[in-house]
Design a protein around this ligand. Structure first.
Ligand code: ATP
Ligand code: MG
Length: 567
């Protein structure tokens, strides 16, 4: 591709509203432009990289037995009403009406469409399993679109769905998809981990997320320092490792704590360690009030509450709701003598606190000498807190550490969540009607592109790994006005393409310095500069990654480039 004829609008300045590397560099290197918040045009270079990532995805999905199809982005509301998600998906689903006032959604995901498709065609176990995928733009009206392609409102996703007659068959395909994903992200050159994730509202069981390790990741991964264990912290269980101290139980005592509301304040005021304080937070669990207790030095994990109750919505009660339910504003809430309308649950660690401190449900007062099983009506002790660095690993091997990750893929056992709601059944070997068992498997293709840039850059620009680079060779004619140089450059452009290389040719009438800076920014693995030694049949070859440069005779050029690319 000749640079004079294509569209690569590079920028010298860092765009003001881009605060992470991939967002800045993809704008600066002329890969994309924003149209509206979370909505981008992919310019020619990005378009090529996306095609390369998609090609890797296609090859690995096909190899794992999945067939490509393409479903509509425009989806009837009726399908979403059948699954129930029309009412639960919320404002992230882009909804619209056609000219007859019929309601539609722009596809955020395709469980409904594919389930209806397969339901109408597949009637017998003999046609199962079935595994289908597509690569397509998805639409989600994200609350906070940000970080460029990492969280867009229109983005490219590969989504696959599998249908089965048995759970063994689902397990088998899940395993194959897991392997395909590992191959895909390895081939993209990414440093990633597959982590155990929360199955959440999807209602499935087994689920893994593929996380690209990066400080800008929005997810936190808890991993063991000695074993293979890795999980999204949302979901990592905490081992019950707490023991009561031998201290003698004291009696409950109400003490004045004027204006002391936070754990820090109470801890300092009463000269008590934070792990002796019982933090009491009122939650609304599907409209029901639940008082949740954790140790003062721990954080409540609302996903664990959600899973404990099988609830769909868990949120912190407002100050007014708290005042109504327990008679005091947040800051002095505690579990002693709470109305029986409010259920109390506590983290396992709270059970082991001897002579603790908690709010007295009265402004400016706390209790000391609290022994939870004696003093409060706790209905259940369970694992309710976030795991922390330094905790034992849930698999019993090693200590937990944290890392940040960007979720680029997700494999998920759906079970019969959609087939039951939408009546997608098949006749089994005994002629009995059964709901199909399903799995779903997503990859954020445009997010993956950004994740690669996040891991592959330096102070000068992007440094593409060869497998997904927009071109393999950046041919630059240092002075396009010089006839000898221009002629040799034109010839090399033809020869290198002939030899099978993907070449971007900077034939622009520009200063050499501008061309080199753009080339560093764009990040093509190998640069070939036709300069002053052109007359002697010598060009300069430079490796983008190491910055290493060498003079190469024309006769050695293709061999040298091949070697550099395969390393
Ligand atoms: P997240 O937790 O980041 O919102 P999700 O759980 O909503 O992701 P899925 O519904 O599992 O994501 O979608 C499959 C894949 O699509 C994700 O693994 C991610 O790589 C990608 N993806 C999801 N939302 C976005 C988005 N707003 N922009 C870009 N890619 C996205
Ligand atoms: Mg999301």
């Amino acid at each position: 591709m000749k640079q004079s004829m294509t569209f690569i609008p590079t920028l010298r300045e860092v765009p003001a509203d881009a605060d992470i590397k991939s967002h800045q560099l993809l704008l600066r290197a002329g890969f994309m432009r924003q149209n509206a918040s979370g909505i981008y045009s992919y310019l020619p270079l990005a378009s090529i990289v996306l095609k390369k990532i998609e090609q890797i995805v296609r090859e690995e999905m096909n190899r794992a037995g999945s067939s490509e199809l393409l479903m509509p982005a425009l989806q009837q509301a009726e399908l979403w009403q059948e699954s129930g998600r029309w009412y639960t998906y919320g404002p992230e689903l882009m909804r619209m009406k056609d000219r007859h006032s019929r309601e539609f959604a722009l596809g955020a995901t395709h469980e409904e469409v594919i389930t209806s498709l397969v339901r109408d065609e597949v009637k017998s176990y003999k046609r199962l399993p079935l595994n289908l995928f597509q690569i397509q733009s998805k639409f989600r009206d994200e609350k906070r679109p940000r970080f460029g392609l990492l969280r867009g409102r229109e983005f490219i996703m590969k989504d696959a769905y599998s249908f089965h007659a048995s759970f063994e068959s689902l397990d088998d395909v899940y395993e194959k998809m897991f392997q395909a994903y590992s191959n895909i992200f390895s081939r993209c050159g990414l440093n990633y981990r597959a982590v155990i994730a929360d199955s959440g509202a999807m209602g499935g069981k087994d689920t893994h997320e593929f996380m690209v390790l990066s400080d800008v990741g929005e997810d936190t991964i808890a991993y063991s320092d000695t074993s293979q264990y890795a999980a999204n912290i949302e979901m990592a269980p905490v081992i019950n490792q707490y023991e009561k101290s031998g201290e003698e139980a004291q009696s409950l005592e109400k003490v004045e704590t004027p204006d002391q509301k936070t754990i820090e304040e109470v801890s300092a005021f009463l000269n008590t360690a934070k792990d002796q304080i019982i933090k009491s937070l009122l939650f609304k669990v599907d409209e029901k009030f639940v008082l949740v207790l954790v140790r003062g030095d721990h954080e409540v994990n609302d996903i664990k509450i959600k899973n404990l109750y099988g609830a769909s919505v868990v949120e912190l009660a407002s100050a007014e709701e708290t005042k109504q339910a327990v008679g005091v504003l947040p800051g002095y809430v505690g579990p002693v003598a709470v109305s029986s309308e409010v259920e109390i649950i506590a983290d396992m660690a709270v059970q082991a606190i001897v002579n603790g401190v908690c709010g007295a449900n009265e402004e400016n007062y706390h209790y000391t000498g609290v022994n939870i099983e004696r003093d409060a009506n706790v209905s259940q002790f369970a694992d309710l807190r976030f795991i922390e660095e330094g905790d034992l690993s849930p698999d019993g091997q090693g200590i937990i550490q944290f890392a940040k990750g960007i979720e680029v893929g997700h494999v998920f056992k759906l079970g019969t969540r959609y087939s039951e709601a939408m009546n997608a059944t098949f006749l089994d070997e005994n002629g009995r009607s059964q709901p199909m068992i399903m799995g779903c498997y997503g990859i954020g293709v445009s997010r993956t592109l950004a994740a690669i840039v996040e891991q592959y850059n330096d102070e000068k620009g992007i440094v593409w790994p060869a497998a997904v680079a927009p071109f393999q060779v950046h041919l630059i004619s240092a002075n396009a006005k010089n006839e000898v140089q221009a002629e040799l450059s034109d010839k090399l452009y033809a020869d290198l393409k002939e030899a099978g290389f993907e070449v971007l040719y900077d034939d622009r009438i520009e200063r050499a310095g501008v061309k080199f800076a753009d080339s560093d920014l764009i990040g093509i693995p190998v640069r070939v500069v036709v300069g002053k030694q052109a007359a002697d049949g010598i060009v300069e070859v430079k490796v983008r990654k190491s910055g290493e440069g060498m003079d190469v005779a024309l006769s050695d050029l293709t061999g040298t480039i091949s070697n550099l690319l395969s390393n």
